[in-house]
Design a protein around this ligand. Structure first.
Ligand SMILES: NC(=O)c1ccc[n+]([C@@H]2O[C@H](COP(=O)([O-])OP(=O)(O)OC[C@H]3O[C@@H](n4cnc5c(N)ncnc54)[C@H](O)[C@@H]3O)[C@@H](O)[C@H]2O)c1
Ligand SMILES: O=c1ccn([C@@H]2O[C@H](COP(=O)(O)OP(=O)(O)O[C@H]3O[C@H](CO)[C@@H](O)[C@H](O)[C@H]3O)[C@@H](O)[C@H]2O)c(=O)[nH]1
Length: 431
């Protein structure tokens, strides 16, 4: 099948490459010439495991090409819309400028019978409105939210755990079945529904995940004043299959280009719909989450004798999570910026995110390696749980620092091992 992917960011680039590897003929379109230039040369413009291989493979087979010229999509039967829906400046709602612009740019190039497929995360009601623009051209709209996780994006796209179609016709459903033939034939659950439900499934899923993380972080806050261990608590409640252990890792909290903005936009949309009270709890979820960043800074202050001013602090991690170079709303970067703002001599390192962090925060000092960041540090703050940080040897690391103080913002180090090597260890919600 011939298809286009409009918007080749974290979601769109992976989607385009994955669709090509499933045998489709794909053209990826983006308004950013630098991104398109990299992708057209078979290079991933961001860090995502498995993406470079997929791009090279499909580039060589001729199944995948990239362009900034929207007119090149005219032959396509299916058009995925995967542009960004960031938080609106100065507000909480989603900025739909890019979705609207992408759809408007597509309209003159849609052939009758073409299917436009919304993948971006949008406020409920958006698809209904966009359909009014698309249907007069003889094309149709479907909403097909995406659930991939950064760091696992290739696998999540090729082998999703479920597929959701919001459709208005059986024909649209059949086209989507053909798009996802490999997964459908492998028995992947497919939920076929209307636009509003499809849009809501996505925001509800992210709201639930955010709630689960903030729930355990609220337990961490209680653990901190009672001497309890939130990691043991998570293990114990997680053994209950109705609760489950996943997404119960307490720490510096959630960030990234999705969870924070999606819960805010969901709440804003509920307010517009006159149901603000239904999602009022998401404000608490957001606040608990942001408090955890402050908690790391407060711990550093307390353990460094009441002030971080002119204290040398190694910050390990800048990306919002490991296996990603994404720094959007990153708790790790936020902690580095807060410490720096308090006058600490921060030396930050991340295996993949330094370049992005440097562009956003040139005032920070970045190290070339974890060892370089640790050198002469008076405190070590681990805020993104890359495996190279989890595997640090406390005895060897002790030789690099000026003072053996580690704040484990992700609760991934073994407190006994670090304490055994002479370190003061502080986790979040664990003694
Ligand atoms: N990143 C993820 O893991 C993920 C997962 C599921 C859903 N989503 C959703 O997918 C959407 C995209 O997210 P992302 O993380 O890829 O964002 P992103 O900012 O990385 O990418 C968006 C891309 O769209 C391009 N763009 C903007 N306007 C355009 C236009 N008119 N025509 C063509 N291209 C245009 C931008 O240049 C950019 O490359 C969002 O709605 C997000 O919530 C993201
Ligand atoms: O127990 C946990 C699990 C995650 N996190 C943090 O939560 C954030 C989000 O993690 P994750 O959900 O793995 O990352 P994303 O790639 O942003 O994926 C989320 O957002 C995507 C975009 O909407 C969805 O497609 C995915 O299904 C959804 O998991 C990160 O900062 C993690 O460090 C925790 O603090 N504790």
């Amino acid at each position: 099948m011939k298809m286009s992917v409009i918007g080749c960011g974290y979601l769109g680039a992976v989607h385009a490459a994955a669709m090509a590897s499933l045998g489709h003929e794909v053209v990826g379109v983006d308004v950013d010439p630098a991104k398109i230039e990299a992708l057209a040369a078979g290079q991933a413009p961001f860090f995502e495991p498995g993406l470079p291989e997929l791009l090279t493979e499909n580039h060589d087979s001729g199944k995948l090409r990239f362009t900034t010229d929207i007119a090149e999509v005219a032959e396509c039967d299916v058009h995925f819309v995967a542009v960004g829906t960031p938080q609106r400046r100065g507000g909480h709602s989603a900025d739909l400028t890019y979705v609207n612009a992408a759809v408007e740019s597509l309209l003159p190039h849609l052939k009758p019978g073409a299917l436009v497929v919304g993948k971006s995360t949008v406020p409920v009601g958006t698809a209904e409105r966009l359909a009014e623009r698309i249907e007069p051209t003889g094309a149709e709209l479907a909403w097909n939210p995406e659930f991939l996780r950064e760091g696992f994006a290739v696998k999540d796209t090729i082998e999703p755990d479920r597929i959701v179609y919001g459709v208005r016709s059986d024909r649209a459903r059949q086209i989507l079945d053909d798009v996802y033939r490999t997964a459908v034939d492998a028995g992947t659950p497919v939920v076929v529904t209307d636009y509003a439900t499809a849009e809501l499934v996505k925001t509800a899923a992210n709201a639930f995940l955010a709630t689960k993380i903030s729930f355990i972080n609220a337990m961490a806050e209680i653990a901190e004043v009672t001497g309890a261990d939130v990691t043991k608590l998570a293990d114990a409640i997680g053994h209950d299959a109705r609760i489950g252990r996943k997404f119960l890792n307490a720490g510096v909290g959630f960030g990234g280009g999705c969870l924070p903005k999606d819960i805010r936009a969901f709440r804003a949309r509920a307010e517009e719909l006159g149901r603000g009270e239904s999602l009022a709890f998401l404000k608490e979820i957001d606040e608990i989450n942001l408090r955890r960043r402050q908690r790391v800074v407060d711990l550093a202050t307390e353990l460094l004798g009441g002030s971080v001013y002119e204290k040398r602090i190694a910050v390990l991690g800048l990306a919002f999570k490991p296996n990603s170079d994404d720094i959007r709303d990153s708790p790790a970067l936020d902690v580095a910026v807060m410490l720096n703002g308090l006058g600490a001599e921060v030396l930050a390192f991340d295996p993949e995110a330094v370049e992005n962090a440097r562009r956003a925060h040139p005032q920070l000092v970045y190290a070339e390696s974890a060892e370089a960041a640790l050198k002469d540090a008076q405190a070590v703050v681990l805020v993104t749980e890359w495996s190279e940080f989890r595997e640090l040897d406390p005895a060897a690391t002790a030789g690099l620092v000026a003072q053996r103080l580690v704040i484990d913002g992700r609760n991934v180090l073994d407190p006994a091992a670090w304490q055994g090597a002479g370190w003061t260890y502080a986790g979040l919600g664990r003694p």
